[in-house]
Design a binder for this molecule. Structure first.
Ligand SMILES: [Zn+2]
Length: 368
């Protein structure tokens, strides 16, 4: 029997015995054993079930911190594409976040034009032909609206199958930033994302899938321009099929913005994954730095307990269920706060020091 099928089979047997035999303890114990074996075999649904049973205090793991252990399991199941795990993990983090910050929100009004932590009005108006992503903050109809608009252009060096589906996934990743958030001490803000797709010579957000032809031209270019360490990092990034965003030499509202998308199998047909990747890379185009730990990029990661506004999303030590840490993760209030600051100050907002810059965003450490 195929290993996946046997894990699936075990899990189904386990579920049946555990959930449908309330009175029969022996049957339930046996069911639990099956679910746990299926989890050990890597079955995402069984992994999710074990996490839920731990969080509901039905199961006690050997791990020192059972909540942390359960969240790591949820994150694993979610990243294997089990949607219920993704939904539950995001809900869990959001509720934990509300519990921690609820009191603050209550004493701060929601209405009136947006102000910063020092009660100074916030003005954001970056637009025009030299601004690839326009950002405009307005107070209208009794609510604060941040409109992010961009003209997206896809650049292909050779054909990819189902380009329309690929483009649609990328756009969904951009639109994922749309929604209602609470920033600077619980003030509500609506983020609107507007995308046009006109054929323009400049003033675009470029999206480039790294197809084989593109990869070899990048390599050729890379060999021609010897830029030492940076060259090694670029080759490494391409080799490991990681997507990335470039924002000119330094992120500015008017710097050139390109999202380079890679595909594990070269077919660009993992549409859900492409959506999440585009969501993360759009964060870079909006002026945010990375939150994850990566020795090869000299990023130390952010230790749990450093910033209260991130802690509700902490899975384990330096890993957060947040879009700039794990591209599958949600976009938080703090991310939007940092986007507003990036466009207001015309400066990239960092979660952690990088090799060249040590100053982290002033949004961090103040709660939300
Ligand atoms: Zn990144």
């Amino acid at each position: 029997m195929n290993e996946n099928i046997s894990a699936e089979f075990l899990r189904e047997i386990g579920k049946n015995s555990f959930f449908h035999h309330n009175g029969d303890m022996e049957m339930r114990r046996e069911g639990l054993r099956c679910i746990i074996s299926a989890k050990r075999a890597g079955d995402p649904e069984a992994t999710y079930l074990v996490a839920r049973l731990i969080l509901d205090e039905i199961l006690k793991p050997e791990a020192e911190n059972s909540e942390e252990y359960a969240l790591a399991l949820l994150s694993r199941a979610a990243n294997k594409g089990f949607l219920q795990a993704r939904a539950y993990l995001n809900k869990y983090c959001r509720e934990r976040y509300r519990e921690k910050t609820g009191a603050r929100f209550a004493d701060r009004g929601c209405c009136g034009p947006l102000v910063d932590f020092d009660n100074k009005p916030i003005r954001v108006e970056r637009k025009g032909v030299f601004t690839p992503i326009d950002a405009v903050l307005e107070y209208k109809g009794g609510r604060n609206v941040l409109t992010l608009s961009t003209n997206v252009m896809f650049f292909y060096s050779d054909d990819i199958p189902n380009a329309d589906k690929f483009e649609n996934s990328v756009l969904r990743g951009l639109y994922a930033w749309e929604g209602e958030y609470e920033v600077f001490g619980g003030q509500r803000i609506w983020v609107s994302v507007q995308v046009t797709q006109e054929d323009r010579a400049f003033d675009n957000l470029l999206i480039v899938p790294i197809t084989e032809a593109m990869e070899s031209s990048i390599r050729a270019m890379n060999d021609a321009v010897n830029i030492g360490k940076k060259k090694a990092i670029l080759s490494d990034t391409i080799k490991h099929k990681r997507s990335f965003a470039t924002n000119g030499l330094k992120w500015r509202a008017n710097s050139r913005k390109i999202i380079w998308v890679q595909s594990e199998n070269g077919l660009f047909n993992d549409y859900e994954e492409i959506m999440h990747v585009a969501k993360h890379e759009f964060g870079h185009a909006l002026g945010l730095g990375d939150l994850y730990e990566s020795a090869s990029d000299s990023l130390r990661g952010v230790e749990k307990g450093t910033y209260s506004e991130l802690d509700s999303y902490a899975i384990n030590d330096r890993f957060y269920n947040l879009v700039m840490c794990d591209h599958h993760g949600p976009i938080s209030n703090n991310d939007i706060e940092m986007v507003i600051l990036a466009f207001r100050e015309n400066k990239m907002q960092l979660y952690q020091p990088t090799k060249t810059k040590g100053k982290i965003s002033s949004a961090l450490g103040k709660g939300n």
